[in-house]
Design a protein around this ligand. Structure first.
Ligand code: COA
Length: 250
């Protein structure tokens, strides 16, 4: 267990809390069986909100099988590890926050290639890569170029039956209102300009608060950076942020 926790980057300070609260054995066996059933599909188990340490234990238990599934498709070990290390950044007090998110990693559909994550999906029968942006490092244009260049050859090589010609991204980072606040040459606006926007999908106020400030909705927001000031001022003035969908060719 410790070795797996180290491998996915769970901080040593969190590992003790994880080990101190093992889940019920029967529930764990059942959850692992469901994850095994989802592996290789585009469906994921839905975790109840109060799942405690169960999701983390279940993911760590199934991890060697998922890695074997990756290896059988020739996915390089460093890509598998870069993908799975997001787990390590999402453990708080021995539990995984937003555990539903990791369904994509553990069913074998999401891969981190450099700065960006790519999730295999379909839209109206067309294979599409869904782009996600993990936190932790600046979103530099160079890093994005390199990820986007790597994506099509990676999936052509490891998933040859699926021909990905386009990628989609649904994120608050594509909300055009950000241009009212951020400099033209900010990484976020440069990222946004890569995409052809399609639709305003949904209100993103709570997600922005969670993703940027790591705070629950309604919390007092600090105003330390240009983005923090933009988000907080926009909301304080009664406005909303939106998740927007955009497309780009690969
Ligand atoms: C996407 C992300 C990496 C962009 O960071 P970046 O490369 O630094 O972005 P920019 O260069 O455009 O930053 C412009 C300004 O916003 C600030 N900023 C950017 N991201 C910030 C964050 N997460 N928290 C606080 N301030 C942030 C920068 O500090 C800068 O302000 P400053 O000039 O006053 O210092 C970062 O916002 C992030 O990690 N977000 C969380 C992940 C996320 O939301 N993913 C999408 C899920 S749908």
């Amino acid at each position: 267990m410790r070795e797996l926790m180290d491998w996915v980057g769970i901080p040593v300070t969190e590992q003790a809390a994880v080990l101190a609260s093992p889940p019920d054995e029967q529930q764990l066996t059942a959850a692992v069986a469901e994850l095994r059933r989802d592996l290789g599909t585009l469906e994921s188990r839905a975790w109840p909100a109060d799942s405690g340490t169960l999701p983390l234990y279940a993911y760590l238990t199934i991890l060697p099988e998922v890695l074997a599934w990756h290896a059988a498709r020739g996915v390089p070990r460093e890509v598998s590890q870069a993908t799975m290390r997001q787990l390590g950044s999402r453990v708080r007090d021995g539990e995984l926050i937003r555990p539903y998110w990791f369904g994509r990693h553990f069913r074998g559909s999401l891969y981190r290639l450099g700065r960006l994550q790519f999730d295999r999906t379909t839209r109206h029968g067309e294979p599409i890569l869904d782009i996600h942006i993990p936190s932790g490092e600046p979103l530099t244009p160079e890093a994005c170029d390199s990820s986007l260049t790597a994506a099509r050859p990676f999936f052509a090589r490891h998933f040859p039956a699926e021909d990905y010609k386009r990628a989609v991204c649904t994120s608050w980072l594509l909300d055009p209102q950000l241009a009212d606040y951020l400099p033209e040459d900010s990484n976020i606006l440069r990222f946004q300009r890569r995409f052809t926007p399609e639709t305003v999908v949904s209100q993103a106020d709570d997600d922005v608060t969670t993703f940027v400030f790591d705070q629950p909705p309604g919390a007092e927001l600090p105003r330390r950076t240009t983005l923090e000031r933009a988000i907080a001022d926009h909301l304080a003035n009664g406005n909303h942020w939106h998740h927007v969908t955009g497309w780009l060719p690969l």
